[in-house]
Ligand binder design. Structure first.
Ligand code: B1M
Length: 211
């Protein structure tokens, strides 16, 4: 039986096969999928971020860790989705233009699907009109945007502005998230909501849809 510690270490050293194997072993035991995520995978990525910032590791190491995290998530996702309930609505999700970080956004997608939402995931590097056109096509009430870079979070303001320019604010709500963001930033750019993590994103979107 594998441990949370072994899983965390596998992600940190970028060993996708070990991360996938450790996750498979863990899900057969007593620890729930949300605990595996919150107690091993997310802390492992936080360590990677810190070590990258301190220049103890380099970009290829971060890339390998991200791959290992994704391999573990491929095992966890079906379990996180298992408790899905009746359909709650459609949400368009994406990482904004210029930004390739998609792990957090993918997590938000999994949590939303688990809560019964249909998610149109546009991937990363998504521009303003692509968000809006997809939302109109899918008849979505909410656009969710993710950004991990201080240089790309300003793109979110461009999307909010474009919604106004196209006269769609009464029809489309926006929610933003990502490590460098805050509630204050969301307010400043005129977004309708902010969530610090994937669980809060589901709650916030539920409130936005109810309005
Ligand atoms: Co990058 N990177 N990276 N990186 N990377 C950060 C973000 C950084 C903080 C690392 C550091 O310096 N400590 C730093 C940004 C600094 C800054 O802007 N001030 C950084 C940098 C500099 C870069 C490059 C510029 C490096 C370079 O090329 N020199 C480059 C940029 C590429 C680009 O996007 N154009 C780059 C590249 C990469 C990789 C490709 C190697 C890889 C991404 C792989 C991928 O995503 N497919 C990568 C990674 C993995 C990271 C770190 C280490 C981890 C990010 C992550 O996945 N975290 C990151 C350091 C860090 O954040 N600690 C870092 C785990 C994830 C679950 O958390 O995404 O925060 P997070 O999502 C959370 C919440 O934020 C929230 O919920 C999620 C779960 O609870 N959330 C939302 C996210 N989106 C939401 C949307 C919502 C609501 C909540 O509503 C819609």
């Amino acid at each position: 039986m594998s441990s949370l510690q072994e899983l965390s270490e596998a992600v940190q050293r970028g060993d996708a096969a070990a991360a996938s194997g450790a996750t498979t072993a863990l899900v057969g035991g007593d620890i729930g999928p949300a605990d595996i995520l919150n107690r091993a995978l997310l802390p492992a990525m936080a360590v990677i971020g810190e070590r990258f910032r301190e220049r103890e590791i380099f970009l290829p190491d971060v890339l390998l860790a991200a791959r290992a995290m994704k391999a573990a998530m491929a095992v966890l996702e079906p379990l996180l989705l298992r408790d899905g309930v009746a359909k709650s609505g459609v949400v368009v999700l994406g990482t904004v233009r210029g930004d390739l970080h998609d792990i957090g956004k993918n997590l938000v997608s999994v949590m939303l699907q688990g809560a019964g939402y249909d998610v149109v995931d546009l991937g990363s590097d998504v521009d303003a009109d692509a968000f809006i056109d997809a939302a109109l096509d899918a008849d979505a009430a909410v656009i969710g945007m993710s950004a991990l870079l201080t240089t790309t979070m300003t793109e979110m303001a461009a999307v909010v502005r474009r919604i106004e320019e196209r006269g769609l604010h009464d029809r489309l709500r926006t929610i933003v998230g990502g490590a460098p963001l805050s509630e204050a930033f969301a307010r400043e750019i005129g977004a309708d909501g902010f969530a610090p993590d994937a669980t809060a994103a589901v709650e916030r979107i539920r409130e936005l849809v109810r309005r």
